[in-house]
Ligand binder design. Structure first.
Ligand code: ADP
Length: 545
């Protein structure tokens, strides 16, 4: 017997209409170099309809890829809806990638048009002759001071909209149709394309609305510092309009002062960004009125326990850690304190918040032996590769023959992350498969060592990598950035670690560096550190002495 319920396709048009109808006066604020621009969902909705018409005028084909090369702005949010709701596919390009990667991605996705911030035209323009499928570049005027090349392929965004008529934003009836694409930055080889469907984005938005997940709500003022070009801005551009939250878009200035000013001046209640953003923002927030900031969403890399505690004790704000990846839309787990621990002391709660958390509703996780695929128990001890199944997890990459290695025979996504899962569901990531340190056949978790190191009051940041060792194949090396004005010795660092970790986990060396190198999306670039210090244990007089 079949259910007798309506078969309503889950498309982004549902979110668009809800925002247009229910929240027309809610604010969308964008910070620009010349001041803040304030619009509303009502205004936004009218522009989305015109933009749908403009995409027709530009001749963008049905299902044509609409690239964006832009910071977080209300204009960007217009493309986020006009493209998919008019049947096209939004493709967010990451301006921080290397030129060859950007070229590869735009050509592989076959972008037909690219919407670009004026401030980013100088980054994109040297590549245009290699972008073989793009016919037009539409410029968001985020900085009038930036000179534009005199080229007929460049079109002004406002002129384009002014000349267009509103068009239908209800063109998608098949919820399985592609809505958006995002390429994973790919630390090795070319980036891989993840293709979200309307259905996956709507379901992901619904799941993240749960209060024990991101819990975005109508009364929120959301500041997405996490870029709209990176892992889909954690779905906030769907969950925000669905819930009715206002937005504060930071534009291109993501400096700690700019972020802190927006939080304080705009009464931000919910902010989202990677740990480095929140670490850097601490001094800028100190002593200011952060009373409206109820939660900070943090993920993309492990959230140091000490960082979350700083926000809790100094600003009265909970840092909610979430784990996920581009392939999981991206939210897969979120770390909230289960009610049975509500009365536990703060130390216990801090430990739970420092895990990656529980799987979000409707998403399943398991851990498996990477080589055999054997599924491992949830005992909080055994570690294995994390695998995921959900309506918003990828089942394949776009036109990529490397797909097979990332999915199991029974269709689960192999994340490449290594974790244990406690009997009550807390996932604790110990590493990425490629960052694990294997010493004499035993694994050492760089993430755990980093967490311990970053709790030292004189340590600003620390990254631990495995480097070659004659006897043990690999041993841990701690790369430490001291707090400004502080000096530390290797012995001091090791003494601090000694009572906290197993003896054989203690790094063989501690080197002091000015900053931890980052990837294009702001994560620790462990590969750079491994290359830089490759010989440090073999020839102990090399760099970092
Ligand atoms: P990439 O960084 O490879 O470009 P993503 O941005 O999709 O791709 O990052 C996904 C990866 O980031 C995860 O597989 C995991 O290794 C790491 N990550 C994300 N969130 C967390 C977290 N809360 N704790 C630890 N690692 C995380």
């Amino acid at each position: 017997m079949q259910g007798l319920m309506q078969d309503v396709p889950l498309t982004l048009s549902l979110i668009f209409h809800r925002a247009e109808q229910l929240w027309p006066t809610k604010q969308l604020v964008t910070a620009t170099t010349t001041g803040k621009v304030r619009t509303t969902y009502g205004d936004w909705a009218g522009r989305v309809r015109r933009l749908a018409g403009a995409l027709d005028d530009l001749g963008v084909s049905e299902a044509g890829r609409v690239g964006t090369f832009a910071w977080n702005t209300a204009n960007h949010l217009e493309v986020y809806y006009a493209a998919p709701c008019s049947g096209r596919v939004l493709h967010t390009l990451n301006p921080r990638l290397f030129a060859e990667q950007i070229t590869y991605i735009a050509n592989h996705a076959e972008d037909e048009v690219v919407f670009v911030d004026r401030s980013l035209v100088p980054t994109l323009w040297p590549l245009v002759d290699q972008l073989t499928t793009v016919r037009a570049y539409v410029v968001f005027d985020d900085d009038p001071a930036v000179e534009l090349p005199d080229d007929p392929r460049l079109v002004g965004y406002e002129e384009l909209l002014a000349a267009a008529s509103p068009a239908s934003v209800d063109r998608v009836t098949d919820e399985g149709r592609a809505a958006a694409m995002c390429y994973t930055s790919g630390t090795t080889g070319n980036p891989k394309g993840v293709v979200y469907s309307h259905r996956s984005q709507v379901l992901h938005a619904m799941a993240t609305l749960a209060v024990d997940c991101l819990g975005v709500r109508e009364s929120d003022v959301v500041l997405p510092v996490v870029p709209m070009f990176h892992a889909n801005s954690w779905g906030l551009c769907q969950s925000g309009p669905l819930a009715g939250a206002s937005f504060v878009f930071p534009g291109r200035d993501l400096s700690p002062t700019a972020v802190a000013d927006l939080i304080v001046d705009e009464g931000v209640t919910l902010a989202a960004g990677v740990p480095t953003v929140w670490l850097a923002a601490v001094p800028a927030l100190e002593g200011r009125d952060t009373s409206r900031l109820r939660a900070v969403l943090c993920g993309g890399s492990a959230v140091p326990r000490a960082l979350a505690e700083t926000y809790r004790t100094r600003f009265g704000t909970t840092i909610t850690q979430a784990w996920g990846m581009t392939e999981t839309s991206p939210i897969a787990t979120s770390a909230f304190v289960r009610s049975e621990h509500a009365e536990a002391d703060e130390e216990v709660k801090a430990d739970l918040r420092a895990t990656q958390g529980l799987p979000v509703p409707l998403l399943e996780v398991r851990i498996a032996e990477p080589d055999t695929g054997d599924v491992l128990p949830w005992d909080g001890k055994v570690t294995g590769e994390v695998q995921v199944r959900a309506a918003w997890a990828a089942r394949s990459y776009y036109d990529d023959d490397r797909s097979a290695e990332s999915f199991t025979a029974d269709g689960w996504l192999r994340t490449g992350d290594v974790a244990s899962i406690a009997p009550d569901g807390y996932v604790r990531l110990v590493d990425r498969t490629k960052d694990l340190i294997k010493s004499g056949g035993e694994w050492i978790s760089s993430v755990e060592l980093e967490n311990e190191l970053m709790a030292h009051p004189k340590i600003r940041e620390a990254a631990v990598v495995g480097v070659a060792h004659e006897r043990w194949q690999e041993r841990p090396l701690a790369c430490v950035v001291p707090e400004p004005g502080q000096s530390l010795t290797e012995g001091e660092v090791l003494d601090f670690l000694a009572p906290k970790v197993a003896r054989w986990w203690l790094p063989d060396r501690v080197v002091f560096i000015d900053e931890v190198p980052r990837t294009s999306v702001g994560k620790f670039s462990k590969k750079t550190l491994r290359d830089r210090f490759a010989d440090v244990l073999v020839s102990p007089t090399s760099e970092g002495e």
